[in-house]
Structures are given as C-alpha cells and as structure tokens.
Design a protein. Sequence first.
Length: 411
Amino acid sequence: MRLLVSDLGGLMASPAALLLDAGMPAPGVGLALWRASPLGPDWLLHPEGAPAQGGVKLAAAPAGVLGVLAAATPVWLAAWPDDPPPVLGDVAALATLLAGRVQALRARNGALRESLVTLRAEHEEGRVAMTRLMQATGQGWPGAPRLVHADTPGPAPALPAGRTRLRRLLPAEIGGVCGIGLHLSRAECGPGSALRLRLLAHESERVLGAWVVPGEALVAGWLALDLPVPAPPWREGAAVEIDIDLMTGDLLALPEGPALRLFRAEGPPRFTRPAHWEGASHGLALPPAGVRLGLPPHVWAGVPRRLTLRPGEHREVVMPALPVLGLDRLLARLRLHGGSAMQAALHCPGSASGWRDFDWQGEVEIALPLPAALPATTALSLSLRQLGSQPCMVEWQGLVGVRAGETAGHR
C-alpha cells in the first residue's frame, strides 16, 4: 500500500491542513481540507471536493498537517512517512487541538516580542557607544589617509566648451574611502565654468561623496577632495562620475582616463570639513541613465497647462521650485491648437534652450541641459511668443527629467 498525493506542492505549502478519512463529513472550519480516498490498492490524499485522480507518493511528512479527522485510526496512516499526525475523533477534539495551538502561538509571539525589545535596547546601546567613540576619537588631530590607488597622468586633451561627462570604475572598494584626487593638466577657467564630481558605490549607484568646484577654484595639478566622514564599510566597487560645464574661452585639460587618486582612512575615523562639499547629493540613489523620469505632481500646482495668446503676445510660465537633484536634462512637450506661428523656450538659472519652433503637426519637444552647479531645487520658466495673426492656444503636455550617460570620445 502506498500513500499518494494529488497536489504535492499544495499540501507541502499549506500552513494549516486537516486530513479527512473516507466517509467523515467535512467540518465548517477555515482550514485546508484534504480527503483520503481509496485508489486501487493505494490511498490518495486530494483537496476536499476535487476528484480522486492520480498522484505522487508522499515521501516526506508535510509540516502543516494539524491532524486526521477519523472515527478510528485509518489504515492508510501506516504508510505515513514519519510519526503520524494525531487522530481526532470529532470536531470537539479539533477545537481542543486548535486552542492548544493558539496558546502555543501566543507564547511564541510573546517570546519573540521580548527578544525584539531586547534587540532594540542592544541596538540603542550600540548607537550610544558608537556616538561616544566617534566623539572621543574626533577630539584628536585627523590622521593622514593612506593612498590605495594612483594613476599616472598621461596625454591631456583640452575639453570642448559645453557639457562633458566622464565616468571611471576604480579597482578598489568604496568602504573606508575618505578622499579622492583628480588631476588637472591645465586649468584656466572663470566663474562661468564648474566641475562636479561624485563618488559612487558602483553596484547600487548610491552617492557617497559629491563636490561642486567653481571655475575660479580650478588650478593645474591634483584637485584634492575630502569626505567629511569616511565611507561606510560597503563591499562595493568605487566609481567616479565627473560633469564639467566649460564656458567658451575657458581652458581645461584632463588626462585621458581620467587620472585619479583614492585615499582610505586608517585607524580611528577621520573627520574633516571638506571644501566644495555638496551635501544635498550625499546618500542619493541615482536614477538609470537615459530613463525619462516623471516629476512629482505638486510641481504643477498653480501652473496653467493651457494658455491662449493673442497676436504678438509674449507669455511666461514659472515653476518656482522644481526638484532636479540627480538630473542632467529636462524635456518639455507642448502642443499648439489653432495656429503654427508660435515659438517656445525653457530656461533656468545658468541655462537656456533658445527659441524653438513648433513642427507642422503643432508639436515641439524642448530639451534644457541643467548646469552642474545648479542647486537641488530650481526655478524653471517656459517662455512663449505668438508670431501669427490669429489667437491660438498652447497646451503644456508634459515635463520629465533625464540623467545623461557618459560623453563619448574621452576616456
């Protein structure tokens, strides 16, 4: 005699199942009910109400079986693969069993809650101890960091005017990193230029350090950038992402690569007050490059989405506080109704798209690059001017943000 199961996965996954012997009525309880039915020389366990068809041999005892509802010990329990479950003569015996299980679960839940309270107390004690340790070690002079990676600067082509993005994965882990160096072969920049550098955990794309250096602070040689506190001990690769906005007439040359140095703190924590630190980006999880990201609905509060312009009229729509942290470009989509002689432009502090014409279908998509030195929240303006002889309506259909990829041609 074999004991078969029609749905082995369902029985094994059931957290609370009750087995019914052949001929026993099914009780009205909120449990998974499985009926034992003869199948030739074997017995088959199948869900109550399902036909008794073929199955597979029960080779291991299901953990969720509470018991067997039967008038006497069934013969098929002799084929049970382990210690058989208890035989329950009636519903009253089942109620007694369930009451005992509830009491045991309550006791277990109480023990778990007590363990959770103990763990929370230990966690708080650990935080207090860590804070006191950092306060104690922070009273000393910051120790000298250890150089863990250094590139030899090579040929250094001058960067073109406009935006350049560089990315580099370093052969070192991010844990414990306390500073980074970037080699500038030549630097003759004014206030209109800026360099933004982000230190990332490569796998998770989390920002552990961010600096924005204005053009007048860029000088030839190694640009040293410190973290206020060393990076946590994460087992991720260290990556560097560099954005450069270069004004026409300014000169900045970087070795191909670019050439970087990486420093790690030794011994006690190294606390510093870093120059050019961009605290808003610290801990930011950067979005994937090239993905169009919708902006929060609240940015549209008070912003008219449809405007009607008379011939020769100029109109400006302002979003006063647009969150742009982690974005490199904004894309606006507009549609014109009832005319075609219309132009539109986007601008924010330090950047403007210039006037754009609507196409023959009355549509236009405007891209606005965001400066590297732009704060986390900025004002965005949409300018419109009507050049036709008849009034027409403009609909602002959408606005998204994009994080750019690496600039081609400089590695």
